[in-house]
Ligand binder design. Structure first.
Ligand SMILES: NC(=O)c1ccc[n+]([C@@H]2O[C@H](COP(=O)([O-])OP(=O)(O)OC[C@H]3O[C@@H](n4cnc5c(N)ncnc54)[C@H](O)[C@@H]3O)[C@@H](O)[C@H]2O)c1
Length: 286
């Protein structure tokens, strides 16, 4: 069975579209006839073409992100948003982790949710790092600070300063910042789902574990101890997922086979969580 008919002629914004999971989502959508704006700070050699519009954008730049969103809105209606851009905490600053993995995603979702066409959907790529209740309190602080940042300065130039001040005051380093940012993504997605249900706009997140993307290989290559600690290969059949195995789930959540699914965080982890909860508690990672 194919769902090409549903995706053909629709329009999507995908962040992180140059690499990994985001790139796999872009390719799958384009193959089914969706026009995609693929946002990334990294170079994209393909396009522009009628269905694939590469957009060079640094999501740390709130003003540029907001200006691009406001421009595209005037151009065409949007049906789907997939936020897949992200940085791991590896050799990153706290500000870049919370800024890219959460604040930029919040800006895009806040802009898109009330504008999406009825029947549209948002999928945010979180992480298994975001599933822990222990991170909820600080994640809620981040959501509130991001709400304020956007309300203070909708154009994105200055409002982020307060958000970063709060993040720096409450979070101790980029490693744990990643977990808080991803927890905030999951909780924000649930809030959007509740707010938009009446408009028939859905919002869900996915939580990958160990997808074989450039981000993942960078951890293996540069941080072998972290790689070992996270037991990255202790998932389904001892192998990592492919970017397409992650993108398949994103497409399911955008598409016509999940029209009654909203506000869910779907683990795409090869059974890691199930094993950690039942047979193999030593897989726990925080
Ligand atoms: N790979 C995994 O094992 C794994 C596990 C859990 C969660 N995730 C999440 O999946 C998402 C996709 O990761 P991936 O593994 O495909 O990584 P990736 O590094 O292959 O892709 C991430 C993309 O985001 C882009 N990006 C980073 N900073 C940006 C910025 N400032 N502005 C615009 N674009 C920016 C990068 O250029 C890159 O193209 C991320 O949110 C990541 O946290 C990945």
């Amino acid at each position: 069975m194919t769902d090409d008919w549903f995706f053909a002629g629709k329009r999507a914004i995908v962040t992180g579209g140059a690499s990994g999971i985001g790139r796999a989502v872009v390719t799958q959508l384009v193959r089914m006839g969706t026009k995609v704006w693929s946002l990334d700070v990294s170079g994209q050699d393909d396009g522009p073409s009628p269905l694939m519009v590469p957009v060079a954008l640094d999501l740390m730049d709130g003003a540029a992100t907001q200006a691009w969103l406001d421009g595209v809105a005037a151009e065409e209606p949007i049906d789907f948003v997939v936020n897949a851009a992200g940085v791991s905490p590896l050799r990153e600053t706290l500000e870049r982790v919370v800024g890219i993995d959460f604040l930029a995603l919040h800006r895009i979702c806040s802009w898109a949710a009330p504008r999406l066409e009825a029947g549209g959907a948002i999928v945010n790529v979180a992480s298994v790092a975001g599933i822990y209740d222990a991170h909820t309190e600080i994640a809620e602080v981040l959501i509130e600070a991001a709400d304020l940042a956007l309300a203070d300065d909708a154009s994105g130039a200055a409002g982020s300063a307060g958000f970063f001040t709060t993040a720096n005051a409450r979070i101790d380093g980029p490693g744990i910042a990643y977990a808080y940012a991803k927890r905030a993504v999951i909780l924000l997605t649930m809030r959007i789902a509740a707010q938009q249900a009446g408009r028939q706009v859905r919002a869900n997140s996915t939580s990958p574990h160990a997808a074989a993307t450039p981000m993942h290989y960078a951890i293996k290559r540069n941080e072998p101890e972290m790689y070992e600690r996270a037991k990255m290969t202790s998932t389904f059949g001892g192998r990592w997922s492919s970017p397409d195995e992650q993108a398949d789930v994103v497409l399911f959540l955008l598409g016509p086979r999940s029209t009654y699914v909203s506000g869910v965080n779907l683990l795409v982890d090869g059974g890691w969580y199930a094993a950690m909860q039942t047979t193999s508690p030593e897989l726990t990672q925080h």
